[in-house]
Design a protein around this ligand. Structure first.
Ligand SMILES: C[S@@+](CC[C@H](N)C(=O)[O-])C[C@H]1O[C@@H](n2cnc3c(N)ncnc32)[C@H](O)[C@@H]1O
Length: 351
């Protein structure tokens, strides 16, 4: 590595640290140290496949795997033994999940349990019409699809074409054809465009927004070298566009969950506050969702790895009052294409 890149990365790290220290104060040092440790994923069993076979194959391969009971009865997930030699933040060393010889589906999906919490916060019920606005690679969309239990529809949307192909692959790998054909649609819309989504079409919407992915930035010297608060501001602007488009696409009485893997309030509570204000009170926060290890914030919850070992992941649940709707924004938010120009590097987080 060139000395100039290392020096630029050191300066970037200083800028990033100073920025987050303003919010996290003396906690920042512990948080920063936890962010560069290997991620603790769990293996979430595929309920749409043959869960009994999947369970026994997983426990044969990892006899020490422990069930995570805190996620409730409807999610069966196992902590896999940590790899003491792991040097990357992502557990690349785990073998890919086996494929069931009968159903052809993969046995489990590796993910951070805080991502499972965010998906569960949407409280999808059979019969719902669900939109996952930023869906690739698809870990949360799979949970939402499972909760529909074959009744209702989910539209898994992803704007980036390469990631859309990956999303499509995940749906094929994990969901039986009868469910996919009847109840799952993969689309490639720009989620900031309210008109493309349609007015008040969905009863439940997940906005798992592209964000600053601080954990990934900290692990990447090139990313660190160019880091500045401008990136956070650009992301925040795009997140507001996405959540506002979702708010317009939500049926009265519906629920929207907003989530990110960012640390800054500017990408989390501030986005939620902006949208609530813009909705004129039609949207309000509902914090009654299960939060387990996630810490409460003003509008939602955040899982942080220094205290929980999981995350970072922020999520907030908003409900739209029944019988109340607002007019379509005549200035469809990304008509100016601002969001593309301001777009930070595409999110690399997997879930
Ligand atoms: C945090 S990731 C989503 C992770 C996903 N929900 C999961 O659980 O696997 C955010 C995704 O939003 C996509 N994205 C970015 N801008 C978008 C837009 N305007 N409309 C739709 N998707 C967008 C990114 O390409 C990225 O795949």
């Amino acid at each position: 590595m060139e000395a100039s890149t290392a020096a630029a990365a050191r300066e970037g790290l200083h800028r990033l640290s100073e920025f987050h220290r303003r919010q996290y104060g003396s906690r920042w040092s512990d948080l920063q140290a936890a962010l560069v440790r290997p991620v603790s994923h769990v293996a979430r069993l595929n309920r749409a496949g043959n869960i009994d076979r999947s369970r026994s194959r997983l426990l044969d391969a990892y006899p020490d795997a422990e069930r995570v009971h805190e996620l409730g009865d409807n999610v069966e997930a196992y902590r896999l033994p940590a790899d003491p030699d792991a040097t990357t933040p992502v557990p690349r060393d785990f073998a890919p999940p086996p494929r069931c010889e009968v159903t052809g589906l993969l046995d489990y999906y590796l993910m951070d349990p805080s991502s499972i919490l965010a998906a569960l916060a949407l409280n999808v019920q059979p019969g719902d019409t669900v939109l996952d606005l930023c869906a690739a690679p698809g870990g949360k969309a799979l949970i939402l699809a499972e909760q529909l239990d074959g009744r209702g529809h989910i539209q898994a949307n992803e704007r980036a074409s390469g990631r859309q192909s990956r999303l499509q692959r995940v749906m094929i790998d994990y969901l039986p054809e009868r469910i996919r054909h009847k109840g799952v649609r993969v689309t490639g819309l720009d989620g900031t465009r309210a008109r493309a989504l349609g007015k008040e079409q969905y009863s439940k919407i997940l906005v798992d927004a592209p964000c600053s992915s601080d954990r990934h930035v900290l692990m990447d010297l090139d990313e660190l070298a160019v880091w500045s608060p401008t990136r956070i501001r650009a992301n925040s602007k795009r997140q507001i566009q996405l959540l506002w488009a979702a708010a317009q696409a939500l049926k009265p009485g519906g629920t929207v969950v907003y989530s990110t893997c960012a640390l800054s309030d500017m990408e989390n509570d501030d986005v939620v506050r902006t949208i609530i204000k813009r909705s004129g009170g039609t949207l309000s926060v509902d914090s009654t969702c299960p939060s387990w290890f996630a810490e409460p914030t003003e509008c939602g919850f955040i899982a942080l790895p220094d205290r929980s070992g999981f995350g970072p992941l922020y999520f907030a649940r908003l409900v739209k009052s029944p019988g109340n709707s607002f007019r379509f924004d005549s200035s469809d938010s990304s008509d100016s294409d601002d969001s593309d120009q301001a777009e930070a590097k595409e999110d690399v987080a997997d879930d």
